[in-house]
Design a protein around this ligand. Structure first.
Ligand SMILES: *Cc1c(COP(=O)(O)O)cnc(C)c1O
Length: 387
């Protein structure tokens, strides 16, 4: 396992369960938790993370795409699975119905597709209506929501279980826009109620809203970021403790003493003031080593430039030094990060050789799912190591 890999991610299941408990402590008995496990469970491994959560009482999951939902079903997840993006063809809706996936309806077209396919399949289809309130990604207007309720309530196979919306910047300083979105959402809910459509599960809270606006918890919250051990970006109250379950690791594959004056890496942009040991790590910007490439680079050179700039910006480190850790001791990244390699300078006091394990800073969701996640259960009550 680990010994054979040159890079891997260690996931501390105890930390995930700690975060789960913390999130639950925020919720009243009438609010359910919808665990959002999209994007490979925020990098932690879709199936392993969902299974862990399911084993610990989570009964409702959400993912973005059908293939994620189907993977969960294949892995034996029995709970509800809500899709957070629309299905656009019959084949997909048919698959969703057969796997008992809960789909979202965000357009009139989507509604008639669901209507049609469920009638053909003659199988129950559970849906949640997505209401547009200001993110302007997808969702039904007020009028459309009523139309959809009217037409779908004639279909005996369709169960409108939920209605939801999504907030544009719940973490940002001014709560006004979020309150406005919430107001619009509740107006739609009320209007549907008045027309005789009562939908049992109303939800609008992601992690930021869950923390900042307890009055918006309603019947369910959709939380991903907090479970993965991070606070959402923004000016957010921090009433709970979160543990980061994620440790990205690699091993030194080459180590050489370089004399004073040596240039390190491409473009000679780093020069050693004194003789030092320089180690090579088999990870680069394509491995998600704290690198967030936003736009497609204009070429190889541009890719390297962008990657390094983003790496340093994202890390926000003083003096533009990115760091990795060996046995808890910081080591500086030197020269430009390569596509698949990184060079580090070893301080005198750090003992290391080829094979020594190195902890990497990571943008978790950008660490390729192909890199193995190794889940380690820690006995209850044990201290969670933080190196
Ligand atoms: C990603 C997502 C969430 C979860 O948001 P977090 O801030 O990560 O908790 C909730 N709802 C929708 C629609 C999402 O796309």
């Amino acid at each position: 396992m680990a010994a054979m890999s040159d890079k891997w991610v260690e996931i501390d299941d105890a930390a995930i369960l700690h975060n789960l408990d913390q999130v639950r402590s925020l919720l009243s008995a009438s609010t359910r938790l919808i665990a959002v496990v999209k994007a490979n469970a925020y990098g932690h491994g879709l199936v392993e993370t969902a299974t862990l959560l399911a084993d610990n009482g989570v009964e409702f999951f959400a993912v973005t795409f059908l293939d994620e939902a189907l993977k969960l079903r294949e892995a034996g997840i029995k709970g509800a699975i809500l899709l957070l993006s629309p299905l656009v063809d019959e084949d997909a809706v048919q698959k969703a119905i057969r796997a008992q996936i809960t789909i979202m309806i965000s357009s009139l077209k989507g509604a008639s597709l669901a209507d049609r396919v469920s009638l053909t399949e003659q199988t129950r289809l559970t849906v949640h209506l997505k209401i547009e309130t200001g993110l302007n990604r997808f969702g039904l207007s007020d009028d459309e929501a009523e139309q959809v309720c009217k037409s779908l309530s004639r279909n005996p196979y369709i169960y409108i279980e939920g209605i939801y919306t999504h907030m544009a910047h719940a973490g940002a300083g001014h709560p006004g826009y979020t309150r406005q979105q919430f107001g619009r959402f509740m107006n739609t809910v009320r209007r549907l109620n008045d027309s005789g459509y009562t939908i049992p599960i109303r939800h609008c809270a992601n992690s930021a809203v869950t923390l900042r606006f307890p009055e918006m918890h309603l019947d369910a919250v959709r939380v991903g970021t907090l479970l993965s051990g991070q606070y959402p970006v923004g000016d957010i109250p921090k009433p709970i403790t979160l543990l980061d379950p994620f440790q990205y690791k690699t091993r030194i594959i080459s180590l050489n003493q370089r004399p004073a004056g040596s240039y390190i890496g491409y473009f000679r942009n780093y020069r050693l003031g004194q003789s030092a040991r320089i180690a090579v790590l088999p990870v680069g910007f394509i491995d998600g080593v704290a690198v967030d490439v936003v736009n497609p680079p204009a070429g190889g050179l541009d890719a390297v430039k962008k990657a390094v700039k983003i790496l340093f910006t994202w890390l926000g480190l003083p003096g533009f030094t990115a760091q990795v850790q060996i046995n808890g001791q910081p080591c500086t990244v030197v020269g430009k990060v390569f596509m698949q390699f990184t060079l580090i300078k070893l301080p005198e006091n750090v003992e290391a050789g080829v094979g020594t394990v190195v902890s990497l800073p990571a943008r978790k969701t950008l660490v390729s799912p192909a890199i193995k996640r190794i889940h380690s259960r820690v006995a209850p009550g044990a201290t969670v190591s933080s190196d």
